[in-house]
Design a protein around this ligand. Structure first.
Ligand code: NAD
Ligand code: 89V
Length: 345
């Protein structure tokens, strides 16, 4: 396409392959340059995807390339410097989750991009999963009435550490890495959160951070939800990476159960449908649910850049999810309920 948006991807790591496959499938944008400080990864990924403009240094890449956007898929430690570098160059930026190591860093990144007038999106892809979107459509249809209670659950014993060894090393693990998605889904389905009470523990002795977390959320409008996450739960059939959802409303209920089954029940009965994600040609089970959502969020980015509108998971929006992550750790550390400030208008 002659007027395709010109993008660069920073990272040739574990998850970057999914971004690259999805950019290949997303009409209206393409990756023209790659950057990674690890030369062997940079050259291997460049060769695999046929991308010849390769950089070990992001500053040099910005200086030499004419870019419409940059997709930052590195781990959290480099996010602030790279997002602020993009803003200085007036290049729109996507940043992988976790957006920032601290809320203060995230606020500075949002302010910097706003000041530079560049669009900023956090790659918060779980709410873009086909089954999660199906739950949201049920709620929006009004069929179950007004939601008053929910449970968003992710429990597994899948070995995430073999692909992402850094996850075993941080003082924080499951809320920061996985809970961040599930808390964002809770916001997406049930609205903003005013209070959180959390408990955490570590079951796996081979890792440093917590691998089990339970959060009781008080949403605006007197809605209550439980967000529970575990990487220490052995089940007959491991559901990884499915997020399971239960929502009760004033007229009915919706359940997203294992195997991507969606059941909507009300006084007239219940209907179950299959809301499985597509298995894209480059995807591999069981990751295909996440992989499809990468394509969906990247398509959303292209549509937003073309229309000049704010992405659903903008940096500004993600401040609320990050605040919820921080509040969950604070609550778990103190044993107290933590109240979150009302969202800024
Ligand atoms: P990784 O360590 O495998 O890859 C990161 C790469 O970034 C490495 O190759 C490293 O050399 C490179 N890098 C680091 N700093 C750099 C810099 N300043 N300039 C250029 N290159 C730099 O990590 P990963 O497992 O691919 O995870 C990356 C991010 O993606 C993490 O934040 C992780 O939480 C997130 N992630 C998201 C999902 C999702 O579904 N949204 C899934 C997996 C991982
Ligand atoms: O989304 C992530 O960052 C991943 C996974 C889904 C495996 O937790 O680490």
């Amino acid at each position: 396409m002659p007027d395709a948006l010109r993008g660069a991807l920073i990272s040739c790591g574990f998850f970057a392959n999914n971004h690259l496959h999805a950019w290949h499938d997303a009409d209206g944008a393409g990756i023209v340059a790659l950057c990674d400080t690890d030369a062997s990864r940079l050259h291997a990924v460049g060769a695999r995807f046929g991308i010849e403009r390769l950089y070990a240094d992001a500053e040099r890449m910005f200086a030499e390339e004419r870019l419409d956007f940059v997709d930052i898929a590195t781990t959290v430690g480099s996010h602030r410097a790279l997002v602020e570098m993009a803003a200085r160059q007036k290049v729109a930026a996507i940043c992988q989750k976790p957006f920032a190591a601290t809320l203060a860093d995230a606020e500075a990144m949002v302010a910097c991009c706003a000041h530079a007038g560049v669009t900023l999106m956090v790659h918060e892809n779980f709410r873009w999963q086909t089954p999660i979107l199906a739950v949201r459509r049920v709620i929006d249809s009004g069929r179950i009435g007004a939601p008053f209670w929910g449970r968003i659950s992710f429990r597994s014993a899948y070995d995430v550490f073999s692909g992402q060894p850094y996850l075993a090393q941080g003082a924080r693990f499951i809320i920061e890495d996985l809970g961040i998605h599930i808390l964002d889904v809770a916001r997406f389905l049930l609205g903003e959160v005013a209070s959180v009470t959390a408990r955490t523990r570590r079951v796996n002795p081979a890792i440093r951070g917590e691998d089990v977390a339970t959060m009781l959320l008080g949403h605006d409008g007197d809605v209550t939800s439980v967000v529970d996450c575990s990487y220490a739960t052995r089940l007959e059939r491991d559901p990884f990476p499915e997020t399971l959802v239960e929502i009760d409303g004033t007229r009915g209920s919706v359940r997203l159960s294992q195997g991507y089954r969606l059941t909507v029940a009300d006084r007239d009965g219940a209907i179950t449908s299959d809301v499985a994600p597509l298995l894209l040609p480059w995807a591999t089970r069981p990751w295909h649910n996440i992989q499809e959502s990468v394509l969906s969020i990247q398509r959303h980015w292209v549509a937003c850049l073309r229309a000049g509108c704010e992405p659903a998971t903008s940096g500004r929006d993600n401040l609320r999810t990050l605040a919820l992550v921080q509040a969950s750790y604070d609550s778990a550390a103190t044993g107290q309920t933590v109240r979150l400030p009302a969202p800024a208008l």
